[in-house]
Design a binder for this molecule. Structure first.
Ligand SMILES: N[C@@H](CCC(=O)N[C@@H](CS)C(=O)NCC(=O)O)C(=O)O
Length: 319
C-alpha cells in the first residue's frame, strides 16, 4: 500500500455575496477579470458554508498538498480502526484539497489510520460528484454508504470505530464548534492578506487542485488578485480589523484552552484537536502559518499533533 505524507495547504473562504440565500453558486463580481474570464472562471469559488447551515453566501475554498513536503512511502499500516473491528473495503473522500472541512475529515482518517482514496473535485463543474444529490464537499463513501458534512462524517465514523465514544462531552463539543464558527473564518483573510500571500496561496491551489491547464493559468493570477480584494470583504463580514492579530488571537485562545495539557483530549487528541489541526495543517507552510507559529505558543501543540496524527493514510492510485 502506498501512502502519502499529506500536509495540505489550505485555501480560502471568500464571501462574495453577503445577502444571497440561494445555495447556487453565484457570480457576484461579474465581468471580465482576465482575458474575458469571469471571476468564477478565474477563481472557481465554491459555495462553502460553515457548520451554520443558515449561511448560503458565495464563498470559496481552495487547497492542496504541499508539494515540497509530500513524501511518498510504503508503509505497513496498523489501523486503529481495523484493530477495533471497523474494516471497510473501500473509503473514498471527494474533496477540494484545501477545503478546511475536507481537511478536518482527513485529519481524522489519518489519525485513525483508516486507508482512503481521494477524488479531487473540479470546483468549476463538480462532475466528480454529479452522482450525488449533495452538492458540497466533503463527501465520504464507506463501501456503499454515503456520508456528508464534515462533523457528521466524523461523528458517524468515530462511533463505528469506538462505539462507546462520548460525542457530547461539553468541552470537546464547544471547541469543535469554535473551529467551524471562528477559527475557519480567520484563515482566508490571512492567506490572501497581501498580493504576495494571495499569489503564494494560489500557487499551491493551482498546482494541486483539479484544474485544466487553462483554468490553472487563469486561476493563479486572476484568482489571487480577486481573492486579495475579496479577503478585505471577509474581514469586514467577520469584524476582523487586523487579520494577523485575529489569527494569533485564535491560536492563543486555543493554547489557553489546552490549559497545560498536551492535547485538549489530554494525553491523546480528541475530535476538537483533530478539527483544529485539520483546518490549520494546510496553512502551516504558507507565510501566515509560519507567522502564526513564530508569534504564538501554538507550535508545540501543532508539532505534537503532527506526531500523533502521523503519516497520511491516503492510498495513492487506482482512483
Ligand atoms: N458544513 C459543511 C460545509 C461544507 C462546505 O461548505 N463545503 C464547500 C467547500 S469548502 C462546498 O463544497 N461548497 C459547494 C461548492 O463548492 O459549490 C461541512 O462541514 O462539511
Amino acid at each position: 500500500m502506498i501512502r502519502v505524507n499529506n500536509r495540505a495547504i489550505f485555501i480560502g473562504r471568500a464571501l462574495l455575496n453577503t445577502t444571497t440565500t440561494t445555495t447556487t453558486t453565484t457570480t457576484i463580481l461579474s465581468g471580465a477579470v482576465s482575458g474575458g474570464a469571469t471571476i468564477n472562471q478565474v477563481a472557481p469559488f465554491a459555495t462553502c458554508s460553515s457548520s451554520n447551515h443558515q449561511s448560503h453566501n458565495l464563498v470559496a475554498r481552495f487547497g492542496l498538498s504541499n508539494p515540497f513536503l509530500a513524501q511518498y512511502s510504503s508503509v505497513a499500516a496498523t489501523s486503529l480502526a481495523q484493530d477495533n473491528g471497523f474494516n471497510p473495503k473501500e473509503v473514498v473522500l471527494f474533496q477540494y484539497e484545501a477545503c478546511p472541512f475536507c481537511n478536518k475529515v482527513k485529519a481524522f482518517l489519518d489519525y485513525y489510520d483508516l486507508p482512503y482514496k481521494v477524488v479531487e473535485v473540479n470546483p468549476m463543474n463538480k462532475k466528480e460528484i454529479k452522482w450525488s444529490d449533495y452538492k458540497k464537499v466533503p463527501i465520504l463513501t464507506v463501501d456503499s454508504e454515503q456520508l456528508v458534512d464534515s462533523s457528521d462524517i466524523i461523528n458517524k465514523l468515530v462511533i463505528k470505530i469506538r462505539p462507546d465514544y462520548e460525542l457530547n462531552a461539553d468541552e470537546e463539543k464547544k471547541w469543535r464548534e469554535w473551529v467551524d464558527n471562528h477559527l475557519v473564518h480567520v484563515l482566508s483573510p490571512n492567506i490572501y492578506r497581501t498580493v504576495a500571500e494571495a499569489l503564494e496561496s494560489f500557487e499551491y491551489i493551482t498546482t494541486k487542485g483539479n484544474f485544466s491547464l487553462y483554468e490553472r493559468l487563469v486561476a493563479k493570477y486572476g484568482g489571487a488578485a480577486a481573492m486579495y480584494f475579496v479577503s478585505k470583504k471577509l474581514k469586514k463580514r467577520h469584524n476582523i480589523t487586523d487579520e494577523r492579530a485575529a489569527l494569533y488571537g485564535a491560536a492563543e485562545q486555543w493554547v489557553d484552552a489546552l490549559n497545560g495539557r498536551k492535547f485538549l483530549g489530554g494525553s491523546n487528541p480528541n475530535l476538537a484537536d483533530l478539527a483544529a489541526f485539520g483546518v490549520l495543517r494546510p496553512i502551516r507552510h504558507l507565510k501566515s502559518g509560519k507567522d502564526m507559529v513564530e508569534h504564538t505558543r501554538i507550535g508545540k501543540w501543532f508539532s505534537e499533533m503532527e506526531s500523533a496524527v502521523g503519516q497520511s493514510s491516503r492510498v495513492i492510485g487506482n482512483n
